[in-house]
Design a protein around this ligand. Structure first.
Ligand SMILES: [Zn+2]
Length: 423
């Protein structure tokens, strides 16, 4: 794959701070900067106005653990074996945080999703401070998320206490838009406009989801206000999107339609000119890009691109798969998590998208003309479906699957995975 030089000029900051900001379950198309009709993300949109923004970014897999592990190891899930929530990155695989730490950076993470806990993700390696403490039980059950106000409070206190002699790499992960969608009061006017406020009180699940996005956006602004301005890069993204009833499906994980695959991605900071890029980029590109912002070099194992320097060709294919769905009763959960075959595989190229289902059925969409994927063209364009299927099969052969293990799951972990529908 050839690449081209980006038309941006970076001022050479010797050791800038790098902030990796991620929001769970945030569909790109629900942000103003990606064309949403409601004012869900005014603060992030303002940040995006000054940013190098990628219009066509997808996650590697629409599930928290596999997606963020792919971003921070820059390897696709099938290669690391971290293919489902609860299956961590194997200990021998280097991560972005490890390279920042080796590069003399102060490293810290605050993660608000149970699936990112140390034993479930393996992502704590390289972070001197990895805050995944969900606190006490609540109504007899473990909490499995932290709300955005708590995440920002903890982020601010880390920023206060950090070693000011060193630059920092700081990952902050927000969780609120993830189901269950809770209505966050006080955002009616922002979302619906002044005149609509009374009517807007009847809350659909979509409305509640939007209030959670607006709440996160507000809390992210509190964090942005506290960051050093002159020498800090911010890379913003989401681990995956969310299906809000499209194709009769609520949630993420099982399907690979664009509602769950398309993620926001932008970089803001010193010397970055605001440009919108429509090239096909992906989750594994985030690791090398974060490192590149600090002038650090990815390991040879990292397969993504530093998007600050190079871009994929416009017709570069992107291939992905999901292993989601329930584990049948009677199977050993730890074993099944790590070894079950992919449920769906997909390929996107030149505006076309082929989905290959476990059953062998295929779906073909022209996603630039039909972004909602409503018109399956597989019988109308069998030659296109066949050509994409050849590329998919070729990738399958070239990309052997490795296996990780999920042996350290506690009873609390299993309860959380079950409560969230991952088992
Ligand atoms: Zn997630």
């Amino acid at each position: 794959m050839t690449s081209l030089l980006l038309p941006i000029i970076l001022t050479a900051l010797a050791t800038p701070n790098v902030v990796f900001l991620s929001v769970d379950t945030l569909r790109a198309d629900h942000m103003g900067s990606y064309g949403f009709h409601r004012n869900t993300t005014p603060n992030l949109d303002r940040l995006a106005e000054d940013a190098l923004l990628f219009e066509d970014a997808i996650c590697e897999q629409p599930q928290t653990g596999p997606s963020l592990i792919a971003m921070l190891s820059s390897r696709v899930p099938r290669v690391t074996g971290a293919i489902r929530n609860g299956v961590p990155l194997p200990s021998g695989t280097p991560t972005v945080a490890m390279l920042f730490q080796e590069g003399g950076y102060e490293t810290a993470a605050i993660v608000s999703n149970w699936n990112l806990k140390k034993n479930l993700s393996g992502l704590d390696r390289g972070f001197a401070n990895y805050d995944a403490d969900f606190g006490k039980r609540w109504w007899g059950r473990k909490r499995h998320e932290m709300t955005a106000d708590v995440v920002t409070d903890r982020a601010l206190s880390w920023l206060e206490q950090r070693d000011r002699e060193k630059p920092f790499f700081f990952w902050v992960h927000y969780m609120d838009p993830h189901a269950p969608y809770k209505n966050k009061r006080g955002f009616e006017k922002q979302l619906h406009g002044e005149t609509q406020t009374k009517k807007a009180n009847a809350k659909s699940p979509q409305d509640r989801y939007q209030t959670e996005i607006a709440f996160v956006d507000q809390e992210i602004q509190r964090l942005l206000d506290a960051l050093p301005k002159e020498d800090t890069y911010i890379l913003f993204t989401a681990d995956h999107g969310e299906s809000l009833g499209e194709h009769g499906y609520w949630g993420h994980t099982r399907y690979i339609y664009q509602a769950t695959m398309h993620i926001p991605l932008f970089i803001q900071g010193p010397g970055i000119n605001p440009v919108r890029i429509d090239r096909p980029v992906r989750g594994i590109d985030i690791g090398p890009t974060l490192l590149g912002l600090a002038g650090l070099v990815p390991t040879a194992s990292m397969t993504g691109m530093d998007l600050r320097k190079t871009l994929p060709e416009a017709n570069a294919p992107r291939i992905f798969e999901t292993y989601g769905g329930s584990v049948p009763k009677g199977e050993d959960v730890r074993e099944a998590l790590a070894t079950r075959p992919p449920r769906r595989q997909g390929i996107i190229q030149d505006g076309w998208k082929l989905i290959q289902n476990e059953s062998g059925d295929r779906e073909l969409y022209h996603i630039t003309e039909d972004p909602a994927e409503e018109h399956n063209l597989v019988t109308k364009h069998p030659e296109k479906a066949a050509a994409l299927a050849v590329l998919l099969e070729d990738w399958h052969q070239r990309t052997p699957r490795n296996q990780s293990t999920a042996q350290d799951l506690s009873e609390d972990d299993l309860q959380m995975l079950e409560a969230n529908g991952y088992l």
